[in-house]
Structure formats: structure tokens, C-alpha cells
Design a protein around this ligand. Structure first.
Ligand code: F6P
Length: 573
């Protein structure tokens, strides 16, 4: 079936075609009667403008917003009516979302291809109720590692832990990539106001030596502590950087005994850690039931705990736990991650929106969109379903973004007037961590104005009237042309998250909302959100190519382009 489909049409057609008789598979959402109802409903909604929906219903904001602790989630600027929501909720129910959510929390092996449970929620289970995996409670292990993180972070932060020459640690360098880098990097930046300025936290991820060289250049080996973070402890980039960091340290400290005072490891692979030469006592373990991109709550969070202290790290866990309880217990129509997920599906599958923007109006959240980019795209970038069949609808969108207001001066033009529909999330705090209120008021004015502009747009008549009011000398066709260029269709959807202050707890809640949104979408799309087979092929081929570069000899036939590039590199290096 798989080959047949791919022969007949190209991939883009396969994933964008809602109904064909060849690609019917029983468990896919587009086989559900409610999907057909949504297709029909969409053909009506495609012509409804949000401007009119707001005009017709003064209670729209109140009805389509939810408050969870200090987080306001406003989803009223979406192309939806009560009927849309009812159909989407029916889709969720028909996809067995509630049962599948419970299976995840209960430790069932829902990551089918890797035969693993998905229990990142146990890492932040602050109520400490037993979580059974194959009949065994995982909480004692979770709490043991949290305790060891507390002891270690206190020692380092207080200066009780010293480097090999007896000096206090001033710089922590996390070496990891993907899920072993993006989360801690994002949170350490996000919670800068909570960090200790005498203990700086740095990140090295890229195998490009520039990353290592430039990060280490200002640092002193005597006062630097490395956290080598890798779930597998085999990742090429991380291992290469860790070996070079070891050389850098030993070039000054000479004695291999120094490694025990300057290197700790965070991994599920204790054997490989020992082989690298890191003392068993300096290993912070986690488990195969924690996916890399969901591992921020595990010992992968150690650089965060070193930066902000263990109490603040545990507040972040508490914020996430709060959202777990909400996701498990709130009725679907009041459930924020469920609504986030379903709204995304509405645009992705019915409006054919291929991209999704995450727009924090908060410079501290500089790395939020790249963190969520991995979370979402590695989880739901799949075209094979849980039964091994190709999907016949689009799955995960392209996630991108950067902090407002910078993005406004870069890619918002396309969001306002481009041909693509790009739904978006706006996020901001009511209170800034800094003093100048005029900056913050300006920032928030832009946040609110952008969501308004995207929604309301500007008609050609309004644009023309504005030009005339401004005293334009243009008339006739020239005036019409300029007014047309200044027209905004509007009707571009956005969600807004407005919270009181970006605290560790609120940040934990926000991240967990997105994690569960991804779960909701993966469940409806009937795909495995917890493997990442798509990263393997490139790794495999890179290994062969690296050997060919080393031996200066092409050991296997490649296509003409690959061969041309390889020969050019070998000849000129
Ligand atoms: O190659 C992708 C990936 O496996 C991610 O899923 C993961 O977060 C990253 O590599 C790093 O893996 P590890 O923590 O095992 O080094």
C-alpha cells in the first residue's frame, strides 16, 4: 500500500489529500464521520470573518477564554463558532483522546516503535502518588535523583564543591544537543532574573568547533564544571565536544584525576559514561521512559538547577504538575492543551495551514520557539501512522518564531499580507522583571495591537479613506492601486497567553501546556509522537561520508551531486 501510494502521487499530494479510495485506513481520523462534518463546516467557515463574529457577539472574549491560575488563555481570535468547537471536541472524543491520555499517565507503553512508556509527567509528580511501570513504582527513583541533584547543586552553589585546584566553580558548561540542550538553554535564559550572577551557565551543542572554542575562550579550566548531557551517551556531536573539553581541561590541569572534579554526566547509559572516564558518583541518571525532547524535568535540568537553585527548579516542576492535573481532569471544552491542539488541527487539516508561529513578547523567552520547534516537529513530523500505514492528511506544521517586537520587523509582513495562513501564539507577562514601565507598556501594546491587526485587518475602503484623510494627491486608478496595496485581509487567527510574571512556576506550566498540545495532536493524527526515526538516515550517511573524507577515498557510489561535493571538499581541504 505504501509503495503504491508513493508511486501514484508525490508526497505533498499524499499528505494533502483528505480522501482517496486507496489510502483508507481504519484508525485514521479522516475516516471518522465527524471529519466529513468538519470538511463541510470548513467550507462555510472559510467565508466567515472574525470581525463579524466579534461584532455579533459581545460575549465572545468571555466565552472563549480560560484562566488557569495566573495564566489567561484567550482563544477568541480564532475562526471558530460554537459549532466548530463542538465538532472538534467530537473529533477528540472519537479519537479516544481521554483514554489515550490516561494510558500515558498510567505508564502504558504508548511509544510502540520503541516499546517504551512515556512518563515525563512522573518526573514532576509533586503530589508523589505512585506511578507504576510494569507494576513497579517509579517515584522512589525519581525522588532519589532529585535529592542527589539538590545535594550537588547546593555544594556547587555554596562553594563547598571546588575544582581540582581548590577554587570555587564560577562557570558551568552544558555539553549536549537537541533535547539535552534546547530545554536547559531556553529555561536558563528565561529565568535569568533568578540566576546567581557568580555562577554562569553556558551551552555548547554544535559539532562546529567554533561553538566550543568561543564558549571556552573566556573561561578558566580551574573554575569550570562540565555537564555532559546525553540520553544515549553516543551522540556524535556531544561526544566529540566532550572529548575536546576534556583535552582543554587537561591541557592546563595535567592530571586525569582532575576529571572527577570538573565533569559530571547526565545520561541513561551508565556504561558509556564510565567508558568516557566520568566517576560513577558524578552521574545523574534518568530513564528510557523519558523522551529526549521531554527531558527538561529530569536530571537533564541539572544546569537549570545549578543556575536558579533547586527550590526554583522544583517550582518549575510544580507549575508543570499543575497543568498535568488540569489536562487530566478539566472537561475537554475547558481544557487548555486540548483546545490548543484542536485549534491547530482545525487550521492544519482544514485550512491547510503549513506553518505555526510562536511569538513570545519577552526577550527572556528568546529560545522558546526553537525549543518548541524540536518538541513539536520531532514529535509530530510523521507520515506513517501507528499501524504502519501512510497518513492521508497533513500532520505537524512548521514551527517557527522569535520574540516580539523583533519578529515584527522581519517576517510579520508575510503573516499580515502573505498568501499563507499562519496561525500564531502570542505570549507575554503583565509584570516585567525590569524597572522601566515605558518599555513594558510599549512591548505589550505591540503584542495586543498585532493580535488585533491580524484579526481585524483593513478593508480597501478604509485604506482609501485613510489616504484621503492624509491629504493624498492621488486619484482614480493610482489611488485604487495604493489602497489595494494597503489592504489587510485580516481574519488571521491567534491565541494569546497573558500571565502575571514569568516565574519558574509559570514557565513550567507554559511548557507543559505545549507538551500536552503536541500529545493531543499526535493522538488525533494517530501517529507516534515519541519516536524520531527521521533523524537516523542522515546520521548513518554522515558516518560513511566521514570515513570517506578521512581516507580520501569514496568507498561507495553516490549520486553525482553528493560525489561532486565530496570530491570538491577532499581536493580543497
Ligand atoms: O537526533 C535526534 C536526537 O535523538 C533527539 O531526539 C535528542 O534530543 C538528541 O538527538 C540528543 O540525543 P542524546 O540526548 O541521546 O544525546
Amino acid at each position: 500500500m505504501f509503495l503504491f501510494l508513493y508511486k501514484k502521487t508525490d508526497l505533498k499530494d499524499v499528505i494533502k489529500t483528505p480522501f482517496t479510495c486507496e489510502n483508507l485506513t481504519m484508525n485514521q481520523p479522516n475516516q471518522l464521520p465527524v471529519w466529513k462534518s468538519l470538511v463541510k463546516h470548513h467550507s462555510h467557515m472559510a467565508h466567515v470573518h472574525m470581525r463579524d463574529l466579534f461584532k455579533a457577539d459581545p460575549g465572545r472574549f468571555k466565552r472563549y477564554s480560560i484562566t488557569l491560575d495566573d495564566i489567561l488563555f484567550d482563544y477568541s481570535k480564532n475562526r471558530i463558532t460554537d459549532e466548530t468547537l463542538a465538532l472538534l471536541l467530537e473529533l477528540a472524543k472519537a479519537s479516544h483522546l481521554e483514554e489515550k491520555r490516561d494510558d500515558m499517565f498510567l505508564g502504558k507503553r504508548i511509544n510502540l516503535t520503541e516499546n517504551r512508556a512515556v512518563l515525563h509527567t512522573a518526573l514532576r509528580n509533586r503530589s508523589n502518588h505512585p506511578v507504576l511501570l510494569d507494576g513497579q513504582d517509579v517515584m522512589p527513583d525519581v525522588n532519589r535523583v532529585l535529592d542527589s541533584m539538590r545535594v550537588f547543586t547546593q555544594k556547587v552553589r555554596s562553594g563547598e564543591w571546588t575544582g581540582f585546584t581548590g577554587k570555587k566553580v564560577t562557570d558551568v558548561v552544558n555539553i549536549g544537543i537537541g533535547g539535552s540542550d534546547l530545554g536547559p538553554r531556553m529555561v536558563v535564559k528565561a529565568l535569568t532574573p533568578y540566576t546567581d550572577p557568580t555562577l554562569r551557565v553556558h551551552f555548547i551543542s554544535n559539532v562546529d568547533e567554533a561553538d566550543l572554542v568561543e564558549t571556552l575562550r573566556p573561561l578558566d579550566p580551574e573554575t569550570t564544571l562540565f555537564c555532559v548531557a546525553s540520553k544515549t551517551f553516543t551522540t556524535l556531536e556531544t561526544m566529540t565536544n566532550a572529548h575536546s573539553a576534556k583535552d582543554w581541561l587537561l591541557a592546563k590541569l595535567k592530571d586525569p584525576a582532575a576529571i572527577a572534579k570538573h565533569f559530571v554526566a547526565i545520561s541513561t547509559n551508565i556504561e558509556k559514561v564510565s567508558a568516557f572516564g566520568i566517576d560513577q558518583q558524578n552521574v545523574f541518571e534518568f530513564w528510557d521512559w523519558v523522551g529526549g525532547r521531554y527531558s527538561i524535568w529530569s536530571s537533564i535540568g541539572l544546569p537549570i538547577a545549578l543556575g536558579i537553585g533547586m527550590d526554583a527548579f522544583e517550582s518549575m516542576l510544580a507549575g508543570a504538575h499543575r497543568v498535568d492535573q488540569h489536562f487530566r481532569t478539566a472537561p475537554l471544552e475547558q481544557n487548555i492543551p486540548v483546545l490548543m491542539g484542536l485549534l491547530g488541527i482545525w487550521y492544519d487539516n482544514f485550512f491547510r495551514a503549513d506553518a505555526y508561529a510562536i511569538l513570545p513578547y519577552d526577550q527572556y523567552l528568546e529560545f522558546l520557539s526553537s525549543y518548541l520547534q524540536q518538541g513539536d516537529m520531532e514529535s509530530n513530523g510523521k507520515t506513517v501512522d501507528l499501524d504502519g500505514d501512510p497518513v492521508s492528511y497533513s500532520t505537524g506544521p512548521i514551527i517557527f518564531g522569535q520574540p516580539g517586537t523583533n519578529g515584527q520587523h522581519a517576517f510579520y509582513q508575510l503573516m499580515h499580507q502573505g498568501s499563507a495562513l499562519i496561525p500564531s501564539d502570542f505570549l507575554a507577562a503583565v509584570e516585567s522583571h525590569n524597572q522601566r514601565t515605558e518599555h513594558h507598556d510599549l512591548l505589550i501594546s505591540n503584542f495586543i495591537a498585532q493580535t488585533e491587526a491580524l484579526m481585524i485587518g483593513k478593508t480597501t475602503a478604509e485604506a482609501k479613506a485613510e489616504l484621503i484623510a492624509q491629504g493624498t494627491t492621488l486619484t482614480g486608478e493610482a489611488l485604487d492601486d495604493l489602497a489595494a496595496a494597503k489592504t489587510f485581509a485580516g481574519n488571521r487567527p491567534s491565541n494569546s497567553f497573558l500571565y502575571q510574571r514569568l516565574t519558574p512556576q509559570t514557565l513550567g506550566s507554559l511548557i507543559a501546556l505545549y507538551e500536552h498540545k503536541i500529545f493531543v495532536q499526535g493522538t488525533v493524527w494517530h501517529i507516534n509522537s515519541f519516536d524520531q526515526m527521521g533523524v537516523e538516515l542522515g546520521k548513518q550517511l554522515a558516518k560513511t561520508i566521514q570515513e570517506e573524507i578521512e581516507s580520501r577515498n569514496l568507498s561507495k557510489p553516490h549520486d553525482a551531486s553528493t560525489e561532486g561535493l565530496l570530491n570538491r571538499y577532499i581536493a580543497n581541504k
